[in-house]
Design a binder for this molecule. Structure first.
Ligand SMILES: C[S@@+](CC[C@H](N)C(=O)[O-])C[C@H]1O[C@@H](n2cnc3c(N)ncnc32)[C@H](O)[C@@H]1O
Length: 262
């Protein structure tokens, strides 16, 4: 039941994560020009970034996700946009993707690397990139040090892996990548296509599920997430990181070679 309500809150909305097409474009344009790249979009949801990548790149884009209704939405939208020949929606887990090493020019993951954890995602997905390939992810980050107790407690529960950007950057370089650039998503990325539509959906579902305690618990948790952002948006946000696979075998100087060889 809680999962059903969660998906009822999110299905059919423009996207499942803070973002906008303009920021997908901004991140894509940080990469050098590649002729018809092969792109993997991990945790693609209903595919807002997937479709934008197909338009931007003229290449082939595979979106993977574990929630079939999101993948069905992506397939439908790709057909409507005339992109069906270059966009494929695949139901598989990011923990077991089964693609051969060196399959992709670009791996993209908006708001989904938190599922593996930032550093594990960087390391696990690296072999799937061609030599000199690119990884672009967006991830929740602290924008300021020493956040107030209430929001620190909230994130400790929601995603203890949230870090300041400097820590993400250390993980980038010790996981076998060179940073190209990173940028923080502006506030409008949280509202226009994400929290605004969810708040409208919450209103409807509160009426539909009045008196249903399980459903209302899920709905309240979603509203609480939004309220936390309203109150503490100056303390945290999301950042895009664009990275190039570093082809040199390197070892982290401060750690045992066996743990950090890449
Ligand atoms: C925060 S959403 C991001 C969706 C999309 N990238 C976007 O920007 O709108 C995270 C997505 O990861 C998917 N997901 C969760 N666990 C997964 C897994 N193990 N493997 C692949 N996808 C997963 C969810 O179904 C959801 O669509």
């Amino acid at each position: 039941m809680p999962d059903d309500i969660f998906f009822e809150l999110h299905e059919g909305l423009p996207r499942q994560n803070p973002g906008r097409d303009r920021y997908t474009r901004q991140a894509y344009r940080m990469l050098p020009q590649i002729d018809r790249p092969r792109i993997l979009d991990i945790g693609c949801g209903s595919g807002a970034p997937t479709l934008e990548l197909a338009k931007l790149s003229q290449g082939e884009v595979i979106g993977i996700d574990t929630h079939q209704p999101f993948l069905d939405e992506l397939t439908h939208k790709a057909e409507k946009a005339g992109l069906a020949s270059r966009v494929r929606a695949v139901n598989c887990s990011m923990f077991d993707m089964g693609f051969p090493d060196g399959s992709f020019d670009i791996i993209w993951a908006e708001g989904s690397i938190y599922i593996t954890g930032f550093e594990r995602g960087l390391r696990d997905w690296r072999p799937l990139l061609k030599e000199g390939g690119f990884l672009v992810v967006s991830e929740a980050v602290w924008l300021r040090l020493d956040p107030p107790q209430e929001i620190a407690d909230y994130w400790r529960e929601a995603y203890p892996g949230i870090k300041v950007v400097a820590e993400n950057l250390q993980q980038v370089s010790r996981s076998g990548y060179r940073l190209i650039r990173c940028f923080a998503l502006p506030e409008d990325a949280w509202w226009r296509e994400y929290y605004d539509p969810i708040e409208k959906r919450i209103k409807k579902l509160r009426t539909k599920y009045a008196g249903n305690r399980d459903a209302l618990t899920v709905i309240d948790a979603e509203q609480h997430e939004i309220d936390m952002y309203k109150k503490y948006y100056q303390w945290y946000g999301a950042a895009f990181f664009a990275m190039k696979k570093d082809d040199y075998l390197r070892f982290c100087a401060c750690c045992p070679p066996n743990d950090h060889s890449i």
